[in-house]
Write a protein of this length. Structure first.
Lengths: 243, 432
């Protein structure tokens, strides 16, 4: 219900409505293609750069917008928090839900893009739902942690966009993992997004899968989620007083 | 005995004063505190004094049986809303426990959970969902809600374009139709016109009639008296009195009024006044029969008003005073010097003190203000001061034993008269 509300509200009084959900990833893809693909000539594992970068952007945008939405969900809806009782977990979860809907839309566009380049994905696509679930779980975990922190320390609100920007470049979105020297790659794998983005690419583009990185990400996701939920529950009682 | 619907034990809620948001610290502050703890391993001695604890509720015990309708009364800041928030599970108590049995429908503030961009229809579903209802359940009650709110025509308008009255109507309609086992309503009925207020009160009565528990905060004593079987008076976070509404309300009003009575005032700086200022009221007080300053009078008993003023005008003065009700400012009666033939104010140069003595004050029980007026004989205002000298009137049960408290519901004034039966041999009216 909250997801539905957020989505309806977002495009009220806009002319183009839901088109905006698609504009952002497409525009980002175009810019990245221009800057990193054409100007910086970053390698793209033998795949056309737009296709390559969009496959990375899909999970990345899901993750970053989910984290951002979730972390702001509580303070943006302080009036609900202090006046109505309902499970507080719903608010950040709705934030992630909204991002999932956006993901679906931009995935539709991606299918068009793949068709254009004549690279329709194979059976690998079947691996996508569990991968998306893993990404969403990681995002929810991080979002919950940040959300309960934001309630108490408004500083976090200012840190989140910044954090997301750094995180983007620490994740192999605009560059392939292969660009990183072999002996540094373990460091990159500490970031669960590395495994997730890699797995998304291999599912969509049929690239070789880095099983190690994916395993690491799959292990981190439930841990982060559990930590987020645990911390959220612990802080929950004070939200209405503090927010 | 059935288990209580609401059971509250030793309930306390502490807030910290000082900063507006008690626990919102910046990271820097938190880090600093942490560092200090590591370095000194002892709590800091110079903790900011501003953070003194404030108990919004303290050691409250209360038990409400299913089907009871309870009115919560008390001054602002007495802890009423805090109690409702705890019962609605929005905030958690600092000490003690609150047990609640059954689904709670709460209306703590007008239209919370409404999203301004969404239409009335969408908001009904959204609000219902927030309060724990399934879509099908809301759909089943949708028409009833809309009819109650009288908003059929505006269902597809975003609520941001609603008037505040429409907003409240919709909010109340949703909350009241959720069929909660416990309905918690904060003072929200102040908005909305009289007809709708009556409708809401009726609905609350109806909800209560179905064996559900209703707990509501109101400053409308009439509503509390009519609707509730029990009233609870809170003050400074503690329970003062709990019991039959009429008795609790009378005690509350009596105490409340006493605290606010202002029988003696320096009027030189009083802001609410008009007139040329060629004459000015300086001081005013209310006195009892013994000449002592007094803020509490008995119905049909004596009252003396004493005024001190200063005049520089060459006009003849015209003195008058009016008594107004404190709640709606209605002028109940006027005292004018012309009505006492023996007194002529004349032309005054300098200071004067006047006493106005009333033998039998014909006011009903309640709280009142004075308006004090100095005019010229041609009725041009020299100095008119409004809403001063707050005082109360109570029944004197020894003098006139009545089975009920005589309030303004029974008329604005009461007048002693000569009552007698007319004997049969004495014709009541002449028959020609």
């Amino acid at each position: 219900m909250l997801v539905w509300r957020d989505i309806t509200v977002r495009y009220k009084q806009t002319v183009m409505g839901a088109v905006w959900a698609v504009v952002q990833p497409v525009a980002t893809m175009l810019i990245f293609t221009l800057v990193f693909g054409r100007l910086a000539r970053l390698p793209s594992d033998g795949v056309p750069y737009p296709v390559f970068v969009y496959a990375g952007l899909l999970p990345w945008l899901l993750f970053s917008s989910a984290v951002t939405h979730a972390s702001l969900s509580l303070i943006n809806q302080a009036h609900l928090l202090t006046k109505v009782y309902f499970p507080r977990l719903f608010l950040p979860a709705a934030g992630v839900g909204v991002s999932l809907v956006d993901f679906t839309l931009s995935f539709g566009v991606y299918c068009g893009l793949l068709a254009w380049y004549d690279r329709l994905p194979g059976a690998g696509v079947l691996a996508l739902p569990p991968l998306v679930a893993l990404t969403a779980a990681t995002a929810l975990g991080v979002g919950l942690l940040l959300a309960s922190l934001t309630v108490q320390y408004r500083d976090v609100k200012h840190v989140v966009p910044f954090l997301m920007q750094i995180w983007l470049f620490l994740s192999p979105v605009v560059y392939p993992v292969t660009l990183v020297p072999e002996h540094w790659r373990w460091l990159l794998n500490l970031n669960p997004l590395t495994g997730l983005i890699g797995a998304h690419r291999s599912a969509l583009l049929g690239l070789p899968l880095d099983a190690g990185a994916l395993t690491a990400a799959a292990a981190v996701a439930p841990a982060v989620l559990a930590l987020g939920v645990w911390n959220f529950r612990r802080m929950e009682r004070r939200f209405a007083d503090v927010v | 005995m059935t288990a209580p619907a609401i059971h509250v034990q030793q309930l306390g809620k502490q807030y910290r004063l000082g900063t507006a948001a008690p626990l919102t610290r910046t990271l820097g502050e938190a880090a600093h505190a942490l560092l200090r703890r590591w370095v000194h391993a002892a709590p800091s001695r110079h903790a900011p004094a501003a953070r003194e604890p404030f108990w919004a509720l303290r050691d409250l015990d209360l038990s409400i049986a299913p089907g009871e309708v309870v009115g919560l009364i008390g001054r602002n800041g007495a802890g009423k809303s805090t109690l409702l928030k705890i019962l609605a599970r929005v905030v958690y108590p600092t000490t003690g426990r609150a047990l609640i049995r059954g689904r709670v429908g709460s209306l703590l503030e007008v239209g919370t959970g409404f999203h301004p961009e969404l239409t009335g229809r969408e908001n009904i579903f959204l609000n219902g969902a927030l309060l724990g209802l399934r879509r099908a359940e809301i759909r089943a009650r949708f028409d009833e809600i809309v009819a109650f709110a009288e908003l059929e025509r505006f269902l597809d308008t975003p609520v941001k374009r609603y008037s505040s009255g429409m907003y409240v109507r919709l909010a109340f309609a949703v909350a009241a139709h959720l069929e909660p086992e416990i309905l918690i309503v904060d003072e929200v009925l102040a908005v909305g016109d009289a007809a709708f207020q009556r409708k809401c009160l009726g609905r609350m009565g109806e909800v209560a009639g179905h064996g559900r528990t209703v707990l509501f905060v109101s400053h409308n004593m009439t509503a509390v008296r009519n609707l509730c079987a029990r009233a609870v008076w809170l003050d400074a976070g503690r329970l003062v009195r709990d019991g039959e509404p009429a008795a609790v309300i009378q005690a509350y009003l009596g105490r409340h009024a006493d605290a606010d009575a202002r029988p003696e005032m320096d009027l030189r700086d009083w802001p609410i006044r008009r007139g040329t200022g060629e004459a000015r009221l300086l001081r005013a007080r209310l006195l009892d029969a013994g000449g002592r300053v007094c803020g509490r009078f008995t119905r049909l008993g004596p009252l003396t008003l004493e005024l001190e003023f200063e005049s520089r005008t060459r006009d003849e003065l015209n003195l008058s005073a009016a008594i107004t009700t404190t709640d709606d400012g209605l002028k109940v009666l006027q005292l004018a010097h012309q009505d006492s033939p023996g007194f002529v104010p004349g032309v005054v140069f300098g200071r004067r003190k006047v006493r106005v003595e009333v033998d039998r004050l014909p006011l009903q029980c309640g709280t009142y203000h004075w308006n004090l007026c100095l005019h010229t004989a041609a009725l041009d205002p020299l100095d008119v001061v409004q809403d001063v000298l707050r005082f109360t009137v109570e029944d004197d049960l020894a003098r006139s034993p009545r089975p009920f408290r005589s309030t303004r519901e029974h008329g604005l004034c009461s007048l002693p008269a000569v009552w007698r039966y007319v004997h049969a041999e004495e014709p009541a009216y002449a028959v020609q």
